[in-house]
Design a protein around this ligand. Structure first.
Ligand code: GLN
Length: 267
Protein backbone atom coordinates (compact mmCIF):
# COMPACT_ATOMS: atom_id res chain seq x y z
CA UNK A 1 0.00 0.00 0.00
CA UNK A 2 2.72 2.42 1.06
CA UNK A 3 4.61 1.63 -2.10
CA UNK A 4 1.68 2.31 -4.38
CA UNK A 5 0.99 5.68 -2.69
CA UNK A 6 4.58 6.66 -3.27
CA UNK A 7 4.24 5.55 -6.86
CA UNK A 8 1.05 7.55 -7.25
CA UNK A 9 2.79 10.60 -5.83
CA UNK A 10 5.67 10.22 -8.22
CA UNK A 11 3.27 9.78 -11.13
CA UNK A 12 1.35 12.87 -10.03
CA UNK A 13 4.57 14.86 -9.77
CA UNK A 14 5.73 13.73 -13.19
CA UNK A 15 2.46 14.66 -14.82
CA UNK A 16 2.43 18.06 -13.06
CA UNK A 17 5.93 18.70 -14.31
CA UNK A 18 4.90 17.64 -17.80
CA UNK A 19 1.86 19.91 -17.68
CA UNK A 20 4.07 22.82 -16.64
CA UNK A 21 6.68 21.89 -19.20
CA UNK A 22 5.08 24.02 -21.86
CA UNK A 23 5.25 27.19 -19.81
CA UNK A 24 8.78 28.07 -18.80
CA UNK A 25 8.14 31.28 -20.74
CA UNK A 26 7.50 33.14 -17.49
CA UNK A 27 11.07 32.77 -16.42
CA UNK A 28 12.90 32.07 -19.62
CA UNK A 29 11.36 33.07 -22.90
CA UNK A 30 13.97 31.31 -25.01
CA UNK A 31 11.58 28.69 -26.33
CA UNK A 32 9.25 31.06 -28.18
CA UNK A 33 9.05 30.71 -31.93
CA UNK A 34 10.36 34.17 -32.70
CA UNK A 35 13.96 33.08 -32.70
CA UNK A 36 14.99 35.82 -30.28
CA UNK A 37 14.32 36.83 -26.70
CA UNK A 38 13.54 40.20 -25.16
CA UNK A 39 13.82 41.46 -21.59
CA UNK A 40 10.08 40.88 -21.13
CA UNK A 41 8.38 38.30 -23.34
CA UNK A 42 6.24 39.96 -26.02
CA UNK A 43 7.60 43.44 -25.31
CA UNK A 44 10.29 45.63 -26.79
CA UNK A 45 11.56 47.97 -24.08
CA UNK A 46 13.13 51.19 -25.29
CA UNK A 47 15.34 53.31 -23.04
CA UNK A 48 15.43 57.01 -23.88
CA UNK A 49 15.79 60.52 -22.49
CA UNK A 50 12.76 62.50 -23.61
CA UNK A 51 14.33 65.96 -23.52
CA UNK A 52 15.69 65.96 -27.05
CA UNK A 53 13.20 67.36 -29.58
CA UNK A 54 12.34 66.38 -32.26
CA UNK A 55 13.85 62.92 -31.58
CA UNK A 56 12.15 62.45 -28.21
CA UNK A 57 10.10 64.77 -26.05
CA UNK A 58 7.00 64.62 -23.91
CA UNK A 59 3.69 65.64 -25.44
CA UNK A 60 0.40 65.05 -23.66
CA UNK A 61 2.22 62.96 -21.06
CA UNK A 62 3.62 60.58 -23.71
CA UNK A 63 7.09 60.17 -25.15
CA UNK A 64 6.82 61.17 -28.78
CA UNK A 65 9.16 62.06 -31.65
CA UNK A 66 11.29 60.46 -34.35
CA UNK A 67 12.89 57.80 -32.14
CA UNK A 68 9.58 56.78 -30.55
CA UNK A 69 8.06 56.34 -34.02
CA UNK A 70 11.05 54.37 -35.31
CA UNK A 71 10.95 52.08 -32.27
CA UNK A 72 7.22 51.62 -32.74
CA UNK A 73 7.71 50.66 -36.40
CA UNK A 74 10.39 48.13 -35.40
CA UNK A 75 8.17 46.68 -32.64
CA UNK A 76 5.29 46.32 -35.13
CA UNK A 77 7.53 44.52 -37.58
CA UNK A 78 8.70 42.10 -34.89
CA UNK A 79 5.23 41.56 -33.45
CA UNK A 80 6.14 43.10 -30.09
CA UNK A 81 4.50 45.69 -27.87
CA UNK A 82 6.66 48.80 -27.42
CA UNK A 83 7.29 50.08 -23.91
CA UNK A 84 9.24 53.33 -23.49
CA UNK A 85 11.30 53.96 -20.33
CA UNK A 86 12.37 57.58 -19.86
CA UNK A 87 15.60 58.13 -17.90
CA UNK A 88 18.67 60.36 -17.69
CA UNK A 89 20.73 60.22 -20.89
CA UNK A 90 23.79 59.03 -18.94
CA UNK A 91 21.96 55.87 -17.77
CA UNK A 92 20.84 54.57 -21.18
CA UNK A 93 23.84 52.46 -22.25
CA UNK A 94 24.20 50.96 -18.75
CA UNK A 95 20.51 50.04 -18.73
CA UNK A 96 20.95 48.26 -22.07
CA UNK A 97 24.21 46.56 -21.08
CA UNK A 98 22.76 45.27 -17.80
CA UNK A 99 19.74 43.78 -19.58
CA UNK A 100 16.99 46.08 -18.27
CA UNK A 101 15.93 47.40 -21.68
CA UNK A 102 16.18 46.00 -25.21
CA UNK A 103 16.95 49.07 -27.29
CA UNK A 104 18.31 52.54 -26.62
CA UNK A 105 17.15 55.30 -28.95
CA UNK A 106 18.03 58.83 -27.90
CA UNK A 107 19.56 60.59 -30.88
CA UNK A 108 22.53 58.60 -29.67
CA UNK A 109 25.83 59.01 -31.45
CA UNK A 110 27.99 55.99 -32.18
CA UNK A 111 31.27 56.51 -30.32
CA UNK A 112 34.19 54.12 -29.70
CA UNK A 113 33.71 54.37 -25.91
CA UNK A 114 30.04 53.46 -26.10
CA UNK A 115 30.88 50.61 -28.46
CA UNK A 116 32.82 49.00 -25.61
CA UNK A 117 29.60 48.79 -23.60
CA UNK A 118 26.90 48.22 -26.25
CA UNK A 119 26.45 47.21 -29.89
CA UNK A 120 25.07 49.73 -32.36
CA UNK A 121 22.74 48.98 -35.26
CA UNK A 122 23.19 50.57 -38.65
CA UNK A 123 22.83 54.34 -38.48
CA UNK A 124 19.39 55.83 -39.16
CA UNK A 125 20.16 59.56 -38.99
CA UNK A 126 22.96 62.11 -38.92
CA UNK A 127 23.53 64.69 -36.21
CA UNK A 128 25.77 67.73 -36.14
CA UNK A 129 27.18 69.37 -33.03
CA UNK A 130 26.51 73.10 -33.29
CA UNK A 131 27.11 76.15 -31.12
CA UNK A 132 24.23 78.23 -29.74
CA UNK A 133 25.08 81.80 -28.65
CA UNK A 134 23.12 84.92 -27.75
CA UNK A 135 22.36 87.18 -30.71
CA UNK A 136 24.85 89.82 -29.48
CA UNK A 137 27.58 87.29 -28.57
CA UNK A 138 31.25 88.12 -29.20
CA UNK A 139 31.60 84.45 -30.24
CA UNK A 140 30.95 84.57 -33.98
CA UNK A 141 32.52 81.34 -35.18
CA UNK A 142 33.62 77.95 -33.89
CA UNK A 143 37.28 79.07 -34.10
CA UNK A 144 36.67 81.67 -31.38
CA UNK A 145 36.32 78.82 -28.90
CA UNK A 146 39.85 77.60 -29.63
CA UNK A 147 41.53 80.97 -30.18
CA UNK A 148 44.67 81.98 -28.28
CA UNK A 149 43.61 83.25 -24.84
CA UNK A 150 40.01 82.02 -25.20
CA UNK A 151 38.34 81.44 -21.82
CA UNK A 152 34.66 80.68 -22.26
CA UNK A 153 32.15 78.82 -20.15
CA UNK A 154 30.52 76.18 -22.36
CA UNK A 155 27.13 74.71 -21.48
CA UNK A 156 26.45 71.09 -22.47
CA UNK A 157 24.17 68.19 -21.63
CA UNK A 158 26.06 65.81 -19.34
CA UNK A 159 27.64 62.73 -20.98
CA UNK A 160 26.60 63.70 -24.50
CA UNK A 161 29.13 63.97 -27.29
CA UNK A 162 28.93 67.77 -26.91
CA UNK A 163 30.27 67.21 -23.37
CA UNK A 164 32.94 64.71 -24.50
CA UNK A 165 34.28 66.84 -27.37
CA UNK A 166 34.38 70.14 -25.47
CA UNK A 167 35.97 68.45 -22.45
CA UNK A 168 38.80 67.21 -24.70
CA UNK A 169 39.13 70.17 -27.07
CA UNK A 170 38.45 73.07 -24.71
CA UNK A 171 38.63 72.21 -21.01
CA UNK A 172 41.66 69.89 -21.14
CA UNK A 173 43.50 72.37 -23.39
CA UNK A 174 42.83 75.33 -21.09
CA UNK A 175 40.52 77.23 -23.47
CA UNK A 176 37.65 77.39 -20.99
CA UNK A 177 35.44 75.43 -18.63
CA UNK A 178 32.43 73.19 -19.17
CA UNK A 179 29.13 73.52 -17.27
CA UNK A 180 27.23 70.24 -17.43
CA UNK A 181 23.44 70.11 -17.20
CA UNK A 182 21.15 67.09 -17.09
CA UNK A 183 18.94 68.52 -19.84
CA UNK A 184 19.83 70.43 -22.98
CA UNK A 185 17.04 72.91 -22.23
CA UNK A 186 18.68 73.75 -18.89
CA UNK A 187 21.97 74.53 -20.63
CA UNK A 188 20.05 76.80 -23.00
CA UNK A 189 18.39 78.59 -20.04
CA UNK A 190 21.87 79.09 -18.53
CA UNK A 191 22.91 80.74 -21.80
CA UNK A 192 19.85 82.97 -21.73
CA UNK A 193 20.62 84.10 -18.17
CA UNK A 194 24.31 84.65 -18.87
CA UNK A 195 25.70 81.77 -16.80
CA UNK A 196 27.39 80.24 -19.84
CA UNK A 197 28.80 81.86 -23.01
CA UNK A 198 27.54 79.26 -25.45
CA UNK A 199 25.93 75.82 -25.64
CA UNK A 200 27.27 72.90 -27.67
CA UNK A 201 24.48 70.54 -28.66
CA UNK A 202 23.02 68.56 -31.57
CA UNK A 203 21.58 70.65 -34.41
CA UNK A 204 17.94 69.52 -34.31
CA UNK A 205 17.30 70.12 -30.60
CA UNK A 206 19.35 73.34 -31.03
CA UNK A 207 16.83 74.53 -33.64
CA UNK A 208 13.92 73.63 -31.38
CA UNK A 209 15.44 75.45 -28.38
CA UNK A 210 16.36 78.59 -30.37
CA UNK A 211 12.80 78.74 -31.67
CA UNK A 212 11.45 78.58 -28.12
CA UNK A 213 13.86 80.97 -26.40
CA UNK A 214 14.16 84.48 -27.79
CA UNK A 215 17.49 86.22 -28.44
CA UNK A 216 19.54 83.16 -29.34
CA UNK A 217 21.08 81.95 -32.61
CA UNK A 218 23.03 79.01 -33.97
CA UNK A 219 26.50 79.69 -35.41
CA UNK A 220 26.89 78.75 -39.05
CA UNK A 221 30.19 76.97 -38.44
CA UNK A 222 29.51 73.36 -37.45
CA UNK A 223 31.60 71.45 -34.93
CA UNK A 224 31.31 67.66 -35.52
CA UNK A 225 29.09 65.51 -37.75
CA UNK A 226 28.03 62.18 -36.29
CA UNK A 227 25.86 59.07 -36.81
CA UNK A 228 22.84 58.18 -34.70
CA UNK A 229 22.10 54.49 -34.13
CA UNK A 230 20.24 52.16 -31.78
CA UNK A 231 22.18 50.86 -28.77
CA UNK A 232 21.69 47.17 -27.96
CA UNK A 233 23.14 44.49 -25.70
CA UNK A 234 26.31 42.78 -26.85
CA UNK A 235 24.96 39.51 -25.40
CA UNK A 236 21.82 38.99 -27.46
CA UNK A 237 22.89 38.34 -31.05
CA UNK A 238 19.45 37.03 -32.10
CA UNK A 239 17.62 40.16 -30.97
CA UNK A 240 20.35 42.32 -32.48
CA UNK A 241 19.89 40.61 -35.87
CA UNK A 242 16.10 40.98 -35.64
CA UNK A 243 16.15 44.68 -34.72
CA UNK A 244 18.98 45.58 -37.08
CA UNK A 245 17.25 43.68 -39.90
CA UNK A 246 13.92 45.40 -39.23
CA UNK A 247 15.63 48.79 -39.14
CA UNK A 248 17.41 48.11 -42.45
CA UNK A 249 14.10 47.12 -44.06
CA UNK A 250 12.44 50.28 -42.74
CA UNK A 251 15.28 52.38 -44.12
CA UNK A 252 15.09 50.62 -47.51
CA UNK A 253 11.32 50.89 -47.87
CA UNK A 254 11.37 54.62 -47.05
CA UNK A 255 9.55 54.39 -43.69
CA UNK A 256 12.40 55.94 -41.70
CA UNK A 257 12.78 58.76 -44.23
CA UNK A 258 9.08 59.53 -43.93
CA UNK A 259 9.17 59.55 -40.13
CA UNK A 260 12.14 61.93 -40.10
CA UNK A 261 10.56 64.18 -42.75
CA UNK A 262 7.45 64.51 -40.56
CA UNK A 263 9.52 66.21 -37.87
CA UNK A 264 12.40 67.82 -39.76
CA UNK A 265 11.75 70.04 -42.75
CA UNK A 266 14.68 70.15 -45.15
CA UNK A 267 16.24 73.57 -45.57
N1 GLN B 1 24.01 62.86 -29.98
C1 GLN B 1 24.43 63.20 -28.67
C2 GLN B 1 25.06 62.00 -28.01
O1 GLN B 1 24.83 60.91 -28.42
C3 GLN B 1 23.32 63.76 -27.80
C4 GLN B 1 22.21 62.82 -27.54
C5 GLN B 1 21.19 63.33 -26.53
O2 GLN B 1 21.39 64.32 -25.83
N2 GLN B 1 20.07 62.69 -26.44
O3 GLN B 1 25.78 62.14 -27.07
Amino acid sequence: MKKSITLLCILAMVSTLAACGGKPADKDNSNNDRGFTTVVEGKLIMATNATFPPYEYIEGGEVTGIDAEIASAIADKLGLELQIDDMGFEFITGTIASGKADIGLAGMTVTPDRQEEVSFTVSYATGVQVIIVTEDSPIVSLDDLFAEGANHVIGVQRNTTGDLYTTDDIEKKGFGTIDRYSKGAEAVQALKTGKVDCVVIDNEPAKAFVQEVEGLKILETEYVTEDYAIAMSKDNAELYEAVNGALKDLIDDGTIGKIIAKYITAE
